[in-house]
Design a protein around this ligand. Structure first.
Ligand SMILES: Cc1cc2nc3c(=O)[nH]c(=O)nc-3n(C[C@H](O)[C@H](O)[C@H](O)COP(=O)(O)O)c2cc1C
Length: 318
């Protein structure tokens, strides 16, 4: 398959540690967009801010770092630091739906203001050396806001536009809207990347058959639940009969690596519980499994809960 599959940025989950391990255990992804870094008013950006994108932490898979912000100077400054780390491309987040972000006119909060988006791009694009791409939703409040933005975006040399066809206020509810995405293909001059709700081979095939001209696909939560998914899509079939063994090894190594970098058991447990929101969905009795993990308080309890889950004949749903 000559299509490209991108790992979506999922803040708190698809960080460098996870991305590295994912590519060690599973194949299929061509590249990843890393979770957003906020462009703040800070001339010399701290190394800790850039930690997730430092090249030494990203040997497994190529990444495109992502910026969240609305101040052209701050975006330019962060993009320059990113360029200096060796990244020729950078992505601008126009999708983050969280009210705290959106009410400051960042992420999806900028979508109702095409002129502001335009004026930010007018200032940023001539002043950065990186190629710029955008990841956006189809609107903040309405699913047609994107069509007021498209004529502006078409005037800029953007590398690509990743579209998650939901509105900001929808958060993750309802469904991604293929009808709006179809219209986007007609109105945008740029390469589009489809993103949203690809959870198995069938959902991919349906979308791929509908949008034959789209060559780039981004998967987030579907891969957190089923990390075999990009490889299955690539092969066009699912012929792995022993997924559980790989999932167990992957989990154990993830736990081990987090225990090396996080301080104290409660941080490690909290982090792993976060992943189990997705990992549990790989099982038929997902609710029971998530409940089991959620109630653990110590690392010993965590270890025995996970052992029960993996070795107690719970059936996989992936
Ligand atoms: C917990 C969480 C964190 C996310 N963080 C980011 C982020 O940092 N940047 C971004 O552009 N999108 C972020 N997203 C959105 C995803 O990249 C993606 O657009 C969305 O989940 C839809 O794709 P999916 O259905 O394949 O997951 C996040 C989503 C979730 C659920």
């Amino acid at each position: 398959m000559n299509k490209k599959i991108y790992l979506a940025p999922i803040r708190g989950f698809t960080n460098a540690l996870y991305r590295d391990l994912l590519t060690e255990y599973f194949g299929g992804f061509n590249l990843a967009v890393s979770p957003f870094i906020s462009a703040v008013n800070e001339k010399r950006i701290k190394k800790s801010t850039l930690k997730d994108i430092l090249p030494e932490n990203n040997k497994g898979i190529s990444i495109i770092p992502q910026i969240l912000g609305n101040d052209p100077e701050n975006i330019i400054n962060l993009a320059k630091h990113i360029y200096d780390l060796g990244y020729e491309s950078v992505n601008w987040n126009l999708g983050c739906p969280f009210p705290m972000v959106a009410k400051k006119r960042r992420g999806s909060g900028l979508l109702p203001f095409p002129e502001i988006i335009n004026s930010i791009l007018e200032k940023v694009i001539p002043n950065i050396q990186n190629n710029l791409s955008i990841k956006m939703r189809i609107g903040r409040n309405r699913n047609d806001e994107i069509f007021n933005i498209a004529p502006f975006l078409n005037q800029f040399p953007l590398e690509e536009i990743i579209i998650h066809p939901r509105t900001g206020i929808q958060m993750y509810e309802g469904e991604a809207d293929p009808v709006v995405f179809e219209k986007c293909i007609k109105v945008f001059d740029h390469q589009l990347v489809y993103n949203g709700d690809i959870v198995n081979l069938d959902t991919f095939k349906t979308l791929n058959n509908r949008f034959m001209e789209v060559n780039r696909w981004m998967i987030g939560r579907g891969a957190l639940i089923n990390p075999f998914l990009p490889e299955i899509i690539r092969k066009g079939r699912d012929d792995n009969s022993d997924k559980l063994k790989t999932l167990i090894n992957f989990h154990d190594e993830l736990l081990y690596r987090y225990s090396q970098v996080l301080s104290g058991p409660s941080h490690i447990i909290d982090r792993m519980k976060g992943y189990w929101f997705y990992f549990s969905q790989a099982f038929k009795n997902k609710k029971e499994i998530f409940k089991k993990v959620k109630k653990v308080r110590t690392l010993e309890q965590y270890g025995s809960a996970v052992k029960d889950i993996y070795y107690d004949d719970h059936k996989l749903a992936i």
